[in-house]
Design a binder for this molecule. Structure first.
Ligand code: SAM
Length: 256
């Protein structure tokens, strides 16, 4: 009888943002295959498990996906509880589909445990909602990252269509992102929030206009770019003298 592979969301970094289910499964796990970005505090919860790092840190594919799939399947044939621990939520830019479909094709049991994705952790930290009644009704989660041989991405159109955009895996492509969005019609003064290491003690937040994104320094931690009018007040507060004049306000929505 084989065991179950749990694709578990580890959240954005802070160990107390794990779900109770994730913490329980880590305590029960016999093997944990984890991403590079998972912190020691989270891994310590898997006290009885053999821990295997299979991470792919932003573009550097330390271990081929096919090999990870095979390791998961082999482990499930030997152990009752196998955890595949992924940063944030497994179902968002986490290659969950590849692992789920491979394991299901092998006839193995697999379950997904959701986690707090980076955009939600960053929003909580900023205290700025991704949506706003009356003015921001749509949010898009996008990445400009395209793997070798993959079809072109519609991330620019998605960013233009939504009121707020959360751009994952974009920090290394700031120049390209700003240029592509502005060329496609996004106003150059659209406010952005750049959030590095959301939820962690060394976290850093910078507000800027889209045109200034390429000049913002980052220190190499996982970084999220949030884009939209919901960040305008914060941008004005962060740099009142140099910020562009505020846009006319939307009519006030009636409070619920
Ligand atoms: C491969 S994606 C995985 C996303 C993950 N599944 C999630 O739901 O957050 C990695 C990207 O997520 C973002 N990210 C993950 N953790 C973050 C954090 N603590 N702070 C800021 N951005 C983060 C960064 O854009 C990073 O390049």
């Amino acid at each position: 009888m084989s065991g179950t592979v749990y694709l578990v969301g580890a959240g954005p970094g802070a160990s107390d943002l794990l779900t109770v289910r994730a913490a329980r499964l880590l305590g029960e796990a016999e093997v944990v295959f984890h991403d590079a970005l998972i912190g020691d505090e989270v891994l310590r919860l898997a006290s009885r498990a053999r821990k295997v790092a299979v991470g792919k840190r932003c573009g550097r594919h330390a271990t081929a996906q096919r090999f990870i799939n095979k390791q998961l399947a082999d482990a499930a044939r030997l152990h009752r509880v196998v955890v595949r621990l992924k940063g944030g939520d497994p179902m968002l830019f986490g290659r969950a589909h590849e692992e789920l479909s491979f394991l299901e094709r092998q006839g193995l049991r697999v379950e997904v445990v959701p986690g707090v994705t980076a955009a939600l952790a960053a929003s909580a930290q900023l205290g700025i909602s991704l949506t706003r009644r009356g003015s921001a009704r749509s949010v898009t989660f996008i990445t400009p990252r395209v793997g070798h041989g993959e079809k072109e991405s519609g991330w620019v159109a998605a960013a233009l269509a939504a009121d707020t955009a959360a751009i994952y895996m974009g920090a290394g492509e700031a120049q390209t992102i700003a240029a592509a969005l502005i060329a496609a019609g996004k106003p150059a003064d659209t406010p952005i929030a750049l959030v590095e290491d959301a939820s962690l003690p060394g976290t850093r937040v910078q507000y800027a206009a889209l045109q200034d994104l390429p000049g913002l320094p980052t220190s190499g931690g996982p970084t999220l770019i949030l884009l939209g009018e919901v960040y305008r007040e914060a941008l004005l507060e962060a740099a009142p003298s140099s910020a562009p004049a505020p846009r006319p306000r939307q009519p006030q929505a009636v409070q619920e």
